[in-house]
Design a protein around this ligand. Structure first.
Ligand code: FAD
Length: 493
């Protein structure tokens, strides 16, 4: 059985590894000269940056994928648990560091409000129950609406609380806003505001506190490299610089792939791992994509985008933690600007990674890399990024100098790269520049999210953050596993 896989991002590679291991004849076609997609690296002569993911959580899912292929992930990468996980820096200068020691977490919280220290216990036990009920529903495929009546989904219903926001949910445990921010800023991993994000996602901060946050030496891009190495070791055919132009569909079945060079190859099944919102509009003619018309795609709900600044520095800020989040003075307004008004946030919350405090492989000795992520509106807004690029660079540097205490930052910039929402769309093929894919409101999840066995035409499977279960590495790996196992169920092992 011949399977053609579009893209070499983490979703594609997870499916490709499992399929080639099960004996399928698998070819992966990646438009770029490197693997990883948004999980690739930016390499200059001296500096290495992760393009996208920097927080590794639930690494056991990737470990299980390697184990299914009779391999040990630790033979491929060096996974490093972080302590602290991150530092939050508020506009009044106060800081909150959270890490694996629960006693220390409670002590830090009580510094803000003594009652909130006990809130951590109730947060932990409530969410342990919630995760136990939610995880099985997030690890299965949805092939028809009646799958919403499956045991896994019914079991999750009591903890779903669909009409409560993440922010209000955390109000059950904590009263001080700065503490609530420490347990809700994670909605940004989904590109959503905590005021709109479904309460169910309180499982994300819980997952951090239960299993920790990890780094990978050399950057999380090494995970994609490891998956590609495994694929080739198992006999897979990896073709870089081979962009796909169209999925060939005949009589409601995917038959093959047409490439940018005009050639066509036939396959028994196609796995589409390139971003769903971009790919459905660009790789499938409108008359063959059923309900996913241009109008439907334009009307769906998307995550925010990100303005990225990657800086190589000739110094190391060793008092800045590995992961840092600077919180805007008007936290709520910042989300409104990004999600609702879709304008440049003027005093943005932002994330700064200073990985050289943990990992000496990313920059020459004494130097360092800084990765700065600023949530900004996706391209459904009117922001002109051609003009905005320089303006936003200045604004971001200003926030870092004042908010993170990096006063002399500009004197030490040795390398710099910017990615704007337009670049996400044009260079990474990310629909609407929505870096975290389709939003995760409940009407776009489970059976309502594009399905891992595609519901519109046959012989096609979908993986990656725009499909079930959702954006974020653990769920993306899971999408690859669900799709691969469904292909095995369809064609046999
Ligand atoms: C800035 C940022 C930060 C993030 N941080 C985290 C984090 O800390 N932790 C976390 O768990 N997740 C994070 N994520 C989310 C998620 O893990 C990544 O976006 C992930 O890389 C998405 O994987 P994917 O497989 O869905 O798609 P992609 O990584 O986009 O892979 C798709 C692949 O398809 C290729 N492709 C596209 N079009 C074609 C074509 N026509 N022909 C052939 N190939 C094509 C692309 O080049 C790419 O390699 C982050 C994402 C971003 C953007």
């Amino acid at each position: 059985m011949k399977i053609g896989v579009i893209g070499a991002g983490p979703g594609s590679l997870a499916a490709a590894d499992l399929l080639v291991n099960a004996g399928y004849d698998v070819s992966v076609f990646e438009k770029e000269g490197v693997v990883g997609g948004r999980n690739a690296s930016i390499r200059t002569g001296e500096y290495t940056f992760d393009v996208g993911p920097t927080f590794l959580m639930m690494d056991f899912i990737l470990r299980e994928i390697f184990e299914e292929c009779d391999r040990d992930l630790d033979d491929y990468v060096d996974v490093v648990p972080l302590d602290p996980y991150y530092q939050l820096i508020y506009s009044d200068g106060s800081k909150l560091k959270l890490g694996p020691d629960r006693g220390e977490v409670k002590e830090s919280l009580s510094g803000f409000n003594p009652a909130d220290a006990d809130g951590f216990d109730s947060f932990f036990s409530d969410n342990e129950k919630k995760l136990n009920r939610a995880l099985p529903a997030l690890q299965r495929g949805y092939y028809k609406y009646s799958d919403l009546l499956s045991r896994e989904v019914l079991n999750m219903l009591p903890v779903l609380r669909p009409f409560t926001s993440l922010w209000d949910e955390l109000g059950k445990h904590y009263s001080e806003d700065r503490v609530k921010i420490g347990f809700t800023f994670q909605s940004k991993y989904l590109g959503m505001s905590p005021y709109n994000c479904p309460s169910m996602f309180s499982i994300i901060p819980f997952i951090e506190h239960k299993w920790g946050i990890k780094h990978v030496t050399g950057g999380l891009n090494q995970l994609a490299v490891a998956m590609a190495d495994l694929f080739e070791e198992l006999g897979g055919d990896l073709q870089l610089n081979r962009p796909v132009r169209e999925i060939e569909i005949e009589s409601g079945k995917a038959r093959g792939l047409k490439f940018e060079d005009g050639t066509v190859e036939e396959f028994d099944g196609i796995v589409m791992g390139s971003d769903f919102a971009w790919s459905i509009k660009n790789l499938v003619p409108e008359k063959k994509r059923g309900k996913y018309s241009d109008a439907k795609m334009d009307g769906m709900n998307y995550s925010c985008s990100t303005f990225m600044l990657y800086l190589g520095l000739d110094k190391l800020y060793d008092d800045l933690e590995h992961h840092n989040v600077l919180i805007s003075e008007d936290y709520r307004r910042n989300f409104k600007e990004v999600e609702t008004d879709k304008v440049f946030p003027q005093d943005p919350s932002l994330y700064v990674q200073n990985p050289s405090v943990t990992d000496a492989t990313l920059a020459p000795e004494g130097n360092s890399t800084l990765y700065v992520l600023v949530p900004v509106p996706n391209l459904k807004g009117e922001v002109d990024w051609e003009e905005g690029r320089e303006y936003y660079r200045e604004l971001t540097l200003g926030r870092l100098k004042e908010g993170a205490g990096l006063g002399d930052l500009e004197d030490h910039i040795d390398y710099e790269k910017i990615i704007t929402p337009e670049d996400w769309k044009e260079d990474f093929n990310v629909g609407y520049g929505a870096t975290f894919n389709l939003a995760h409101n409940l009407t776009q999840m489970l059976a309502f999210r594009p399905r891992n066995k595609f519901e519109v035409f046959d012989r096609a499977w979908l993986v990656g953050g725009g499909t079930n279960p959702g954006s974020g590495l653990p769920t993306i790996y899971e999408s690859g596993r669900i799709a691969a196992h469904n292909i095995m169920d369809t064609f046999g092992e």
